[in-house]
Design a protein around this ligand. Structure first.
Ligand SMILES: Cc1ncc(C[n+]2csc(CCOP(=O)(O)OP(=O)(O)O)c2C)c(N)n1
Length: 603
């Protein structure tokens, strides 16, 4: 939501519906609940929650990127300690990073209401796994609210603050990609800010010493039972009475699919998979002849209901992987003999042609990976746009685990002592600040022979171009302190350090070669802004002089989407052609062209 829109919303007197995405609705719900501090690290599909909050008045809400999800959570916990309502937002794997804080905070409880918005990614549209956050909620004994649409995203988030303060717990609001990014009409409300509470001066609550934690663990279990009782009564738990022959227990975005495919069925829609409203579930199951659970990812509700000794079916018919859709639900119900099998001509049988993702034309990461290819290095990759260098034609990354893993992985590769190739870790600027610094300290401390290539494109490109402490700007686009990567490296003890222009292929190769020969930790920083950054560097576009092109394809190895074959023939051959609109003039292709036939377009 833009700033003027947010302002307009404050002035409204009558109830109005407006189209919001799930993420905008979560942000709106937090704002309406009077949240004063919000922090996050970007990650698809959660990123827009904080971006949306930046559209509200800075005097009302302090919304800021944190360096990673643990820091974001700690910031929110700190605000809660101080008695104000706080929000932390992240994608599902971000919760792994925040886990240490969350697992201890759950024993402490809250002062100001604390909500953690976590967006799961069933189907792995843009993630490294599709873990189910509900399992984490169970592990942490934190209630999870699972909205099915944008209206519920707003309402549940708002309510989550009431629950948080009433039951002395953080609350997780769990969205999924489909909800986070789908727009639907939402009736919005106004902002109500509860009175700030004084800090609770109680070490027996706030300080997780063993004796304190021991005393508080039983309270966490009691809290679970109180919350369960709440969900038994809650109007959020929705029972659509229908045909008694079978019933469906479902949650979140599976609910609209179930309603579309089986409109007459009895449906129990749980607002919270955890804690499970056991009595209600029992009553529902007694009211129908057969019960199916329709839930994306893990058989979480199914296992909990089976543990009650109630016969239910679920994953025998519905996949445990991937994103659901009405078609998936229809296919599952058909398998269970409860719906017509989808016809062969049904839409879901239409498969789009696969189009592999590629780095942008002029992407500053390309040169570094060309150099690594030439070096024939063993490369531990990391997460960012540059992970695309794992596929042809750049194909120069050998491993990729999760954010910040590259440097630690390279340390382990070196320690294994079996590698004959130079060992290199590649990591983006945002990822380096997120979780790359401790492993760099580890590398220097362990004195291993590795090279770390920091790909500084001065933005968090992968998730849409968010600022971070290396960009010198904050979430609202204002100036902020800019960390210096060279100083950080020097401070942790790196002795061999070079900065190279990402568009200087020869320089990159030479530098990487020297770095690989260095005994100890060498750091190379490749330096150019992302081409999609507003301050992108754009030179004149390049063009191929067809007469000189020998069609050797050296330029094509860059994988640049601006480079194609000519439609027409020259001297009986197709020649290379550069799309002058897509080209940003990085000159990498001109640098690799052996016949010198790629030249800037005459202005
Ligand atoms: C724990 C975790 N948080 C967030 C993400 C989402 N994410 C993937 S890569 C990335 C950062 C990319 O920025 P950078 O390292 O600078 O590389 P760039 O995309 O700019 O090349 C983010 C935020 C994630 N995959 N895992």
């Amino acid at each position: 939501m833009s700033r003027p829109e947010a302002a307009q919303a404050d002035e409204r007197t009558e109830v109005r519906a407006r189209p919001l995405t799930g993420n905008e609705a979560i942000a709106r719900g937090a704002w309406e609940a009077g949240v004063k501090v919000a922090s996050a690290y970007p990650g698809t599909p959660s990123t827009e929650i904080l971006e949306s909050l930046a559209g509200y008045d800075a005097a009302e809400i302090n919304a800021e990127w944190s360096t990673n999800e643990k820091v974001a959570t700690d910031v929110a916990i700190g605000a809660s300690f101080q008695g104000v309502r706080a929000l932390a937002a992240m994608k599902h794997v971000g919760l792994n990073v925040a886990a240490d804080s969350v697992m201890s905070q759950t024993y402490i409880g809250v002062n100001g209401g604390l909500v953690i918005a976590v967006c799961d990614d069933p189907g792995i549209h843009s993630s490294q796994n599709e873990q189910d956050t509900r399992l984490f909620c169970r592990l942490a004994n934190i209630p999870v609210l699972e909205p099915a649409d944008a209206q519920e995203a707003l309402d549940f988030t708002r309510l989550a603050y009431e629950l948080s303060e009433e039951f002395d717990t953080a609350v997780i609001v769990r969205a999924t990609t489909r909800l986070s990014h789908t727009r639907s009409p939402v009736v919005i409300g106004t902002r109500t800010v509860p009175e700030d509470k004084p800090f609770i001066e109680d070490p027996n609550k706030n300080v997780t010493l063993p004796a304190v934690a021991r005393a508080r663990h039983p309270l966490v279990i009691e809290r679970e039972e109180k919350l369960r009782a709440y969900f038994e009564q809650s109007p959020l738990t929705r029972w659509d009475r229908g045909d008694g022959s079978f019933g469906i227990i479902t949650n979140g975005t599976s609910y609209p699919y179930v309603k579309e495919v089986a409109p007459g069925a009895s449906v129990l829609k749980l607002a919270a998979s955890y804690p499970l409203a056991e009595k209600t579930v029992r009553e529902f199951c007694d009211s129908v002849d057969r019960v199916l659970v329709v839930e994306e990812l893990e058989p979480f509700i199914e296992a909990a209901v089976l543990a009650l000794g109630i016969k239910v079916e679920g994953k025998a018919f519905f996949p445990r992987v991937g994103e659901f859709s009405p078609e998936v639900v229809r296919a599952g119900l058909a398998k269970a003999g409860l719906a017509e099998a989808p016809s062969a001509t049904h839409e879901w049988n239409v498969r789009p042609i696969m189009r592999p993702p590629v780095l942008c034309a002029g992407c500053p990461h390309t040169g570094g990976y060309m150099a690594l290819r030439a070096l024939d290095a063993r490369v531990a990759g990391d997460i960012g746009c540059y992970t695309l260098a794992a596929v042809e034609p750049l194909r120069s990354i050998d491993t990729n685990v999760c954010m910040g893993a590259s440097i630690g992985n390279a340390v382990g590769m070196a320690k294994a002592g079996t590698e004959t190739k130079p060992i290199v870790a590649t990591i983006g600027d945002s990822t380096f600040l997120h979780s790359g610094i401790p492993p760099l300290i580890d590398a220097v401390y362990s004195n291993v022979d590795i090279t770390v290539l920091i790909l500084d494109n001065k933005i968090t490109a992968m998730t849409g171009g968010q600022d971070h402490p290396g960009t010198g700007r904050n979430l609202r686009g204002e100036e902020a302190h800019q960390v210096d990567f060279e100083q950080i490296c020097q401070a942790v003890g790196v002795k061999w350090l070079r900065k190279v222009d990402s568009y200087d292929l020869g320089g990159l190769y030479q530098t990487m070669r020297e770095a690989a020969q260095y005994k100890g930790v060498a750091v190379v920083i490749s330096d150019r802004p992302c081409v999609l950054d507003p301050v992108k560097i754009r030179g004149p576009a390049l063009t191929v002089q067809a007469a000189g092109c020998v069609a050797c394809q050296a330029c094509m190895n860059l994988g640049c989407p601006a480079i194609t074959w000519s439609e027409g023939m020259y001297d009986g051959h197709h020649k290379v052609k550069i799309d002058e609109v897509a080209c940003i003039g990085c000159t990498l292709c001109a640098q690799v062209c052996p016949s010198d036939c790629i030249q800037p377009v005459e202005q």
